[in-house]
Design a protein around this ligand. Structure first.
Ligand code: SAM
Length: 203
């Protein structure tokens, strides 16, 4: 193993720990101040329907940590199978389940098993079913050609291996499936001081 690969693997490990810590904190203490918008304030900023935010469980809304609104382009249909990649506290999965209706299915995948648990509790509180699997976006724990729509909100930017994530998304999508991702990108090359700072990367 070269020094560069060893250094990247070590940074990737530190980053994963920081991601687990940071978003657990948002889920457990949504009332705290973070380095980014979250909760209802963020969802309103991204044009989520007020009716959705009133209808969803308060905990799912308070712990929302997305960076945009993937529902604007997802065109989810009744009966669809939807994957919410990096589903967090579950707000987007719950909204997706209203769109698929009882004949559809929403599956969440999240690195953090306790986020999965929270999302499932929130979904149940809203009378919806969501199946959440602990797993990594770089190796999505679903078979090939198994979902109609992939949504994801503020998650892909957290990966060191974005090309692999995109390949995984296309692997699990059925032919003709759809992808609606909202995420953050930088139009400028970031300095290595930023890239190598797990706290900045995670947030
Ligand atoms: C910024 S939060 C967004 C959560 C949710 N999408 C939302 O809009 O509220 C990022 C989420 O991605 C999850 N995550 C981070 N890295 C991941 C990975 N490699 N695979 C799967 N999930 C990951 C985190 O645990 C966290 O729940």
């Amino acid at each position: 193993m070269t020094d560069a690969i060893a250094a990247q693997q070590s940074l990737e490990g530190v980053l994963k720990d920081e991601i687990l810590r940071m978003y657990q904190d948002v889920a457990d203490h949504p009332d705290r101040t973070f380095h980014f918008f979250h909760g209802r304030e963020a969802a309103e900023l991204f044009d989520y329907d007020a009716a959705w935010l009133d209808r969803a469980p308060a905990g799912a809304v308070a712990s929302f940590a997305g960076v945009g609104n993937p529902h604007r382009r997802s065109r989810i249909q009744p009966g669809d199978t939807v994957l919410d990649l990096g589903s967090g506290a579950g707000l987007d999965a719950i909204i997706a389940s209203w769109m698929t209706g009882p004949s559809g299915r929403v599956i969440g995948v999240d690195l953090n098993p306790s986020m999965c648990q929270k999302a499932q509790v929130h979904a149940a509180a809203s009378g919806m079913r969501m199946d959440c699997r602990q797993g990594q976006m770089e190796a999505i724990p679903l078979p090939d050609d198994s979902v109609d729509v992939v949504i994801s909100n503020g998650v892909v930017n957290l990966s060191f291996r974005k090309r692999t994530v995109i390949q995984e998304i296309f692997r699990v999508l059925k032919p003709g499936g759809r992808v609606s991702i909202t995420d953050i990108v930088s139009a400028r090359t970031l300095s290595s001081a930023i890239v190598n700072d797990p706290k900045l990367w995670a947030s």
